[in-house]
Ligand binder design. Structure first.
Ligand code: ADP
Ligand code: MG
Length: 248
């Protein structure tokens, strides 16, 4: 069997808060190297899904696997991040008083190495890695600027770059284009498309125009489960999806 199989696999995952089911028997497969968009109205369970994958929330029942071997429900947040699942939250969380390159150095060192990373002599290999990530995220000319001085869009790209320093297999990205200009949105679409293939990329996003510009495969969540799955054209012409969005 030469198929890659899913890199990420949730089966019948249920999460309840005081009896309310934020996720209700959610089943989802993400293939290796794919770019998947997850859409759905507010409260559909998108962030809770990311919380389950990253070990922040434990489901009442269900299964969650990373590749064929790693049972995410037996791992904690640090282990999951270390195993190769990187998450970008909605608000950028760069270190504003450090330069762009220093942010990437800190990200490469990881949470345990932060205090020794700055000022340490970088190996040639580390330098090359930082340079290539800088180019990848379009900040090749901004490496020596303070991260706090970057535009909103540039901060989001830097944060994606910080995730890339850990060389993750899966990137989970929550609402990357909120607050971006159209031009920044186009560049973000281009960046995420470029990253897919080398990584699996899962994007939660509200902006439909943006989703249309990047997505090959779209999953619509509603009331904690999958309402529809397919191309953007397919899901947008699905009467159940139309009804859910008109009801917002
Ligand atoms: P989305 O990200 O799709 O907007 P969420 O996953 O944040 O949705 O939330 C799904 C539902 O679960 C919402 O109704 C939300 O109010 C509820 N919820 C999420 N987290 C908690 C929590 N920690 N305690 C209680 N209810 C929560
Ligand atoms: Mg959310």
């Amino acid at each position: 069997d030469t198929r890659h199989g899913p890199i990420l696999y949730l089966e019948d995952v249920t999460v309840s808060f005081d009896g309310f089911r934020a996720l209700n028997e959610l089943t989802l497969y993400i293939d290796d190297g794919e770019l998947r968009c997850i859409i759905g109205p507010n409260g559909a369970g998108k962030s809770t899904m990311m919380d389950v994958i990253t070990g922040r929330t434990r489901p009442d029942h269900g299964a969650a696997w990373f590749g064929q071997r790693l049972d995410l429900l037996r791992m904690d947040e640090t282990e999951i991040a270390g195993a190769g699942i990187g998450r970008k939250f909605q608000k950028p969380t760069v270190f504003p008083h450090h330069r762009v390159v220093e942010n990437l150095e800190l990200a490469m060192a990881g949470p345990r190495g932060v205090w020794s990373a700055l000022g340490a002599r970088l190996s040639g290999e580390a330098r090359d890695r930082i340079d290539s990530v800088l180019k990848e995220i379009g900040l090749g000319e901004a490496g020596h600027e303070l991260a706090g001085k970057l535009s909103h869009g540039q901060k989001q790209w830097l944060e994606i770059g910080m995730l890339l320093m850990q060389n993750p297999r899966v990137l989970l990205v929550d609402e990357p284009v909120a607050g971006m200009t159209h031009q920044e949105m186009d560049r973000t679409a281009e960046l995420l498309t470029r990253l897919a293939g080398r990584h699996s990329v899962v994007v939660v996003e509200h902006d439909m125009e943006f989703v249309r510009s990047i997505a090959r495969q779209v999953t619509v969540l509603h009331q904690g489960g999958v309402l529809a799955e397919g191309s953007m054209d397919e899901v947008q012409s699905d009467p159940r999806v139309v009804e859910v969005y008109l009801g917002e």
